[in-house]
Design a protein around this ligand. Structure first.
Ligand SMILES: [Zn+2]
Ligand SMILES: [Zn+2]
Length: 376
């Protein structure tokens, strides 16, 4: 067998054991096992739920540089045919968090062997896909004690070639919120609508009304998305539905328009309650704060990576995707960037096939940048 980069092997090992949010027990054990093989001299490892904090002491620290990877997989049945496919039924690393972890371990290993002035804090964060690990991790005692002065993270990008980094100053990812609406009326015989209160009609009307929020309430120069991805209601074709449930997601480019959109949704729902004489309840589920890249740090990184490394740095547009790393960037300056992996299938796809060449490229680029930043 040809030489395989050790971090490609690690990625493949991790790819086989995807676990959902806060159930990353095998993943945590794997990471701990690997970390034990390193020199422990300047290393401090602390567990946090199913995640980890790993600190590397600097030689003459003026600050602490934080590096975050997420560690969870998705409830998707893998369809890749890889020899190293998921061994966990109906679970898959379909968002590249296996690559994120192997890159983090690669960077960490480099700095165990190569000292710099500043402290480094590596965060292996559970539950990015839900219910969200970044915020509780940020509020944890360990984070209070080891709080970094800046934070870096990446996400794989199937649409860019290997060797490229796509990033921008300011907003990178949107504010997101889940949306669950339950409607309850009065069911009955399909031929006696006047004795019932049909929640299929109420749900249809509500979906149509929700579409007016983006077109009539959000500033056209701002932007928002409201998607209802699922409707359930009723029992059979000849019974009027007593209940209906709408499930969706909200995306906005600012926290302010998120508040406005939610306010309008509540208003429209109370209108449905009055107009259709039914009961409605609303749950905004998991909310992720926007990923806002610190302008100066991002600019400096883009210039450094563009001139001092082999990276092809692309200034990209913001995306309506969500990432709970936004909570960390809300408190601590830093940035997140897209790492090109050139996969014909996108994120959350059962055939996601990232080019593993991105692992070595990312480790090299990030270690160079952190060495520069950590000796400043
Ligand atoms: Zn994802
Ligand atoms: Zn992801």
């Amino acid at each position: 067998m040809a030489f395989m980069n050790p971090f490609v092997k690690i990625r493949r090992d991790l790819h086989q054991i995807p676990e959902l949010g806060f159930q990353e027990f095998k993943t945590q054990a794997y990471l701990l096992n690997y970390l034990e093989t390193l020199s422990q001299e300047r290393l401090t490892i602390r567990k946090w739920k199913t995640g980890l904090f790993v600190k590397i002491a600097g030689t003459n620290p003026k600050k602490t540089i934080g590096y975050r990877t997420d560690i969870d997989g998705l409830p998707i049945e893998e369809e890749t045919q890889f020899s190293f496919s998921s061994t966990h039924p109906d679970k898959m690393h379909a968002c590249g968090h296996d690559l994120h972890m192997s890159i983090a371990l690669g960077v960490l290993t480099y700095f165990v062997e190569n000292q710099i002035n500043d402290n480094l804090l590596f965060i292996f964060q559970p539950a990015e896909e839900g219910p969200g690990g970044a915020q509780p991790m940020l509020e944890s005692e360990i984070m209070q004690e080891w709080r970094p002065d800046m934070f870096i993270a990446l996400h794989i990008a199937p649409e860019y070639p290997v060797g490229s980094i796509a990033v921008r100053e300011g907003l990178l990812f949107a504010n997101t919120s889940e949306l669950f609406i339950d409607l309850k009326g009065k069911g009955g015989h399909a031929a006696y609508p006047h004795n019932t209160n049909d929640m299929v009609i109420a749900a249809c009307s509500l979906v149509t009304q929700l579409q007016t929020i983006v077109s009539r309430n959000v500033d056209p120069l701002d932007s928002a998305v409201i998607t209802i991805g699922k409707i359930t209601g009723g029992t059979v074709q000849n019974i009027i539905a007593e209940k209906a449930r709408l499930e969706g997601t909200i995306r906005t480019l600012s926290p302010k328009s998120m508040e406005k959109v939610k306010h309008r949704i509540k208003k429209l729902i109370s209108g449905i309650e009055t107009g259709f004489e039914c009961e409605a309840s609303i749950d905004f589920g998991a909310n992720y704060y926007e990923v806002f890249n610190h302008p100066e740090l991002t600019r400096e990184f883009m210039e450094y990576a563009g001139h001092e490394t082999n990276a092809n740095v692309i200034e990209c547009r913001e995306a309506m995707t969500g990432e709970d790393f936004g909570y960390m960037l809300k408190e601590i300056p830093g940035f997140m960037f897209w790492l090109g992996v050139n996969s014909p299938f996108g994120l959350h796809h059962a055939k996601l096939n990232p080019n593993e060449g991105a692992i070595e490229f990312a480790i090299e680029t990030i270690t160079k940048y952190i060495s520069f930043k950590g000796n400043q």
